[in-house]
Design a protein around this ligand. Structure first.
Ligand SMILES: NC(=O)c1ccc[n+]([C@@H]2O[C@H](COP(=O)([O-])OP(=O)(O)OC[C@H]3O[C@@H](n4cnc5c(N)ncnc54)[C@H](O)[C@@H]3O)[C@@H](O)[C@H]2O)c1
Length: 268
């Protein structure tokens, strides 16, 4: 079978294309024959059709970038992110608010059958427990009002990273339901610990002992490619009935946690 994932000749956008999972995603998509537009604050070495320098904290820069790329856009891969070492308010601006603005700017350029995939995190798996609060945030219409909402909610300062990932999962479920009716699929992956340049930031905030003793049913962290491939597959037209949902790419962590299979007694 030729081109089984159907990316040949497709125009795709990858945020965070300079590093880690975003770079792995951009490399795979280029290899599959897509026209890959990388969006990042930094320029990396992954092969791209074009690089667009853009700070996701800046909505005007996002609008300029989308205009520069132009339509049609067949797939959007929202891979950029800030880790737990960054201040919570800024983390929310990049991980959720800026990506939501980008997504909403790209949707009008998407033909029927297009797809959007976010990299969330297994750290956002508890989003249903915060649903009431998250629905308030989702109801904010733009970057300014979302930023104001965050400034008034302590959870963003206390756990901006985890909350940003919960917000992504909630947005994917709610907005994904609306977009599905327009023939556009919105989904996310929820990775577990992955060896990328972000990993030292998690070790710095959580502690080396905690990170080392975190239960890993598969006995190891994932590689960036082990996250990029499921994301590429999720956004492929082959997944045409998969929408508004999240795929756990966490080496069995969530399954084990939900069913009491994991031993946390050695947690540092
Ligand atoms: N590494 C892990 O263990 C892990 C686990 C779960 C989820 N994640 C998530 O995976 C995604 C990819 O992270 P990674 O591990 O590949 O990290 P990474 O640090 O290698 O890549 C993050 C990329 O985001 C870009 N970026 C940061 N701020 C930006 C901004 N303001 N505007 C535009 N681009 C910006 C960076 O320049 C970088 O290229 C992130 O959303 C992260 O939260 C990571």
């Amino acid at each position: 079978m030729h081109d089984p994932l159907q990316y040949e000749g497709k125009r795709v956008v990858v945020t965070g294309a300079a590093s880690g999972m975003g770079a792995a995603t951009a490399s795979i998509l280029t290899e599959l024959g897509a026209e890959v537009h990388g969006v990042d604050i930094a320029e990396g070495s992954a092969p791209l059709a074009a690089f667009h320098r853009c700070d996701l904290r800046d909505p005007e820069a996002i609008d300029r970038t989308v205009a520069e790329i132009g339509g049609p856009i067949d797939s959007l891969f929202n891979c950029a992110g800030l880790p737990t070492t960054a201040p919570g308010q800024i983390t929310m601006q990049v991980n959720f608010i800026g990506h939501r603005h980008l997504t909403e700017a790209v949707v009008p350029l998407m033909p029927e059958g297009s797809s959007i995939g976010f990299i969330s995190s297994v750290g956002g798996m508890g989003w249903l427990n915060s649903l009431e609060l998250l629905l308030e945030l989702l109801a904010t219409p733009d970057v300014a009002s979302a930023g104001e909402w965050c400034a008034n909610h302590e959870i963003v300062d206390l756990n901006g990273y985890g909350f940003s990932k919960e917000a992504i999962n909630a947005y994917v479920a709610k907005r994904g339901c609306e977009l599905a009716a327009q023939g556009i699929r919105l989904n996310s992956i929820n990775p577990g610990p992955t060896d990328t340049p972000m990993m030292p930031a998690f070790i710095e905030t959580m502690g080396a002992d905690f990170m080392a003793s975190l239960p890993r049913p598969m006995g190891r962290n994932s590689t960036p490619e082990e996250q990029a491939w499921p994301l590429v597959m999720l956004n492929s037209p082959r997944q045409s009935y998969t929408a508004a949902t999240t795929l756990f790419t966490d080496g069995a962590f969530a399954g084990g946690l939900n069913t009491g299979m994991l031993d946390f007694s050695a947690l540092g």
